[in-house]
Every structure is written in structure tokens, then in C-alpha cells.
Design a protein around this ligand. Structure first.
Ligand SMILES: *[C@@H]1O[C@H](CO)[C@@H](O)[C@H](O)[C@H]1NC(C)=O
Ligand SMILES: *[C@@H]1O[C@H](CO)[C@@H](O)[C@H](O)[C@H]1NC(C)=O
Ligand SMILES: *[C@@H]1O[C@H](CO)[C@@H](O)[C@H](O)[C@H]1NC(C)=O
Ligand SMILES: *[C@@H]1O[C@H](CO)[C@@H](O)[C@H](O)[C@H]1NC(C)=O
Ligand SMILES: *[C@@H]1O[C@H](CO)[C@@H](O)[C@H](O)[C@H]1NC(C)=O
Ligand SMILES: *[C@@H]1O[C@H](CO)[C@@H](O)[C@H](O)[C@H]1NC(C)=O
Length: 296
């Protein structure tokens, strides 16, 4: 019992000694540690940038980084020396850039809940399927692909678009692999062309019907317009033509007929006996007169 007590006492003594040691760490040492952590994190982020493995791959480096920065901040003397000491504020600026990178990539999302692990599981299933069915991955792995995609979409909706960037990048690559490398979206393209073809087949007769109807009605209207416009124009030539024709005919009419005509006209004008009979007589004689010269 006393032994245990002594042991605990020694332990607590050691602990307090350790704490004192920690507290007494010089500011140069603290800043040096922070610099090391920063460079480790930068190295990790840069080397794991394609494909993006920042959030999952550099988490220990990031935790170290924030921890050493917090240590520097918690030491009032050191923070007084290294922070807000000048306008550029190098230590705070470099730290800000690095934490901003982490936040911009929504990396904490990878560590909230277990959806990152669930996504990994689904991705591993799809990847296994893809490597097992190299000859026909589209039909064999369609279900797995759709499930992964649906899970991702649900995640995106739940996080309002701030999905851990490692997962965003992986989904992006999986999608482009699916549609561009494996060409599994060809059927959708075919469906699109099919729909377009159906539209053309259905719409073309309707369109041609309407176009021909429009053209025909336009043409008919144009013809009407021509007639309406030309009738008054036609009147003048017809009258002139009639006059010339009459002049020509009178000129060509033999003098005998001319005499007969004038005689008849004179008779009609002076004639007291204007009745139906004489009219008919005149008509018939007129016809006779008109016919006669042709015979002659
Ligand atoms: C702790 O700091 C004091 C001065 O602040 C110094 O004299 C002492 O040597 C330091 N001890 C260690 C272990 O660094
Ligand atoms: C974290 O920091 C400790 C010491 O500060 C170091 O031993 C360790 O390797 C660091 N871890 C990483 C992942 O950089
Ligand atoms: C800060 O410095 C003062 C003396 O300048 C010292 O008394 C104090 O213990 C130091 N504080 C820390 C946290 O090292
Ligand atoms: C994630 O959590 C849910 C319940 O919260 C559990 O059903 C599921 O098995 C977990 N998945 C993983 C990969 O841990
Ligand atoms: C793309 O799919 C093929 C299918 O076999 C697979 O081998 C390859 O690793 C995939 N690439 C990516 C980036 O997922
Ligand atoms: C997905 O990939 C395309 C190029 O393949 C890129 O332009 C786009 O920014 C990527 N999206 C994300 C969220 O990484």
C-alpha cells in the first residue's frame, strides 16, 4: 500500500517536473516546432494533390500543425513575440493559409459521422466490380455505380455542397471514368438520338403540311392581288386595243358593207317604225352584213 503511494508520489513528481519543463520551453523551440509541422503539412498536401488525398492523407500532419500553433498561442510571452509583431505577421499568415486550405476543402466533413467510411465501402464495391468485369463493366456494375452516385448526392444535399474534398474528387474521377473512359453513358446518347429521330419523324409531316399550306395560301393570295391590281391596268389596254381593232376593222371593212351599215344606222335613227320586228330585222341584217364581207 505504502509502495503504491510512493509510486504515485514519484509519478506526480515526474509529471509536475515534465509540465514545468514544457512550460519552460523557449519560444524559439516552439516556433521551430510549428515551422516543422507547417512544412510537413505542405509537403503532404502537395504530394497528395492528384488524386486529392488531402483530408484523409494529411490529417495527422494537420492535427500536429494546429496543436503546435495552439501551443505557441497559449504561451503569452511567445505569442507576444511572434504574433502581431509587425505588419506582415509571417507566422499568423502562413498558418492562416494552411488552415484555409483545410477549410476550403471541407476536410472536417470527412471526420463528422461515418459517411466517409460508408462512401469508401461503396466505392470499394464498385472498384472491385469494375476490375472483375473488364469486358462488360457497364451492365455488370451499373447498380453499384448508381448506388454510389445516389449516396454521394444524398451526402451533398445533407452538407449543402460542402462535402469533404477527397470524396468530391473521387466521385468526379469515378464519374468521368464511367462516362468517358468506360463509355457507359453511350446508351443515354443513343436514347437522345432516338428521341430526336422520333421528333423528326412525328414533326416533319406536320411541318411540311403547314409549310405547304402556308405557301399555297400565300400563292393564292398573291394571284388574287395580281388580278386585282391588273384589272384596272388591263382596262386601258383593252379600250385602246378595242379602238385600234375597231379602227383597223373599219379600215379593212369593204366600202360596200360600210355603205350598208351607215345606211342602216341612218334608217334606224330616222326610222319611225322602231319595234321588235324591225329590231330583230336589224339584228339579222346586221349579222348578215357582218357575215357577208367574210364571204366576199
Ligand atoms: C526556464 O526558464 C528560466 C528563465 O525563464 C531559465 O533560467 C531556466 O534555465 C529554464 N529552464 C529550462 C529547463 O529550460
Ligand atoms: C507530429 O509531431 C510529432 C512531434 O511534434 C512528431 O513526432 C510526429 O512525427 C508528427 N506527426 C506527423 C504526422 O507529422
Ligand atoms: C513570461 O515572462 C515572464 C518574465 O518576463 C515570466 O515571469 C513568465 O513566467 C513567462 N510566462 C511564461 C508562460 O513563460
Ligand atoms: C455508420 O453508422 C451507421 C449508423 O449510424 C451504421 O449503421 C453503419 O454501419 C456505419 N457504417 C460504418 C462504415 O461504420
Ligand atoms: C477506371 O475504370 C477502370 C475499369 O477497369 C479501372 O481499371 C480504373 O482504375 C478506373 N480509373 C479510375 C480513376 O477510377
Ligand atoms: C471535376 O473534374 C473536372 C475535369 O475533369 C474539373 O473541371 C472539375 O473542377 C472537377 N470538379 C471537382 C469538384 O473537383
Amino acid at each position: 500500500m505504502s509502495l503504491l503511494f510512493a509510486f504515485l508520489l514519484i509519478l506526480s513528481c515526474n509529471c509536475s517536473l515534465l509540465l514545468a519543463k514544457n512550460k519552460n520551453i523557449s519560444c524559439e523551440h516552439l516556433v521551430g516546432r510549428l515551422g516543422n509541422c507547417q512544412s510537413h503539412f505542405v509537403y503532404c498536401a502537395t504530394t497528395k494533390s492528384v488524386p486529392v488525398r488531402l483530408c484523409v492523407g494529411c490529417e495527422p500532419e494537420y492535427r500536429n500543425l494546429t496543436h503546435s500553433y495552439d501551443e505557441l498561442l497559449s504561451n503569452a510571452n511567445c505569442s507576444k513575440i511572434y504574433l502581431d509583431s509587425d505588419r506582415i505577421n509571417v507566422v499568423a499568415t502562413t498558418q492562416g493559409i494552411l488552415t484555409n486550405l483545410w477549410q476550403k476543402a471541407s476536410c472536417e466533413d470527412c471526420y463528422n459521422g461515418n459517411h466517409s467510411e460508408m462512401y469508401d465501402e461503396k466505392w470499394v464495391i464498385l472498384d472491385g466490380c469494375l476490375s472483375a468485369n473488364k469486358d462488360d463493366p457497364c451492365t455488370a456494375c451499373k447498380g453499384d455505380y448508381i448506388e454510389l452516385n445516389q449516396f454521394y448526392l444524398g451526402m451533398e444535399k445533407a452538407n449543402k455542397g460542402h462535402v469533404c474534398f477527397d470524396l468530391q474528387d473521387r466521385m468526379n474521377r469515378t464519374r468521368s471514368n464511367w462516362s468517358k473512359t468506360l463509355k457507359c453513358c453511350q446508351r443515354e446518347v443513343k436514347l437522345n438520338t432516338f428521341i430526336i429521330a422520333v421528333f423528326v419523324v412525328v414533326l416533319l409531316p406536320i411541318l411540311t403540311f403547314y409549310i405547304t399550306a402556308i405557301v399555297l395560301t400565300r400563292r393564292r393570295e398573291a394571284n388574287h392581288g395580281l388580278l386585282n391590281e391588273e384589272t384596272p391596268e388591263l382596262d386601258a389596254p383593252t379600250t385602246s386595243a378595242l379602238i385600234t381593232a375597231a379602227v383597223l376593222s373599219t379600215a379593212t371593212e369593204p366600202p360596200v358593207a360600210m355603205a350598208a351599215n351607215t345606211e342602216k344606222i341612218a334608217r334606224v335613227l330616222s326610222g319611225a317604225d322602231i319595234d321588235s320586228e324591225s329590231d330583230s330585222m336589224l339584228d339579222s341584217s346586221d349579222e348578215e352584213v357582218l357575215v357577208k364581207p367574210r364571204r366576199a
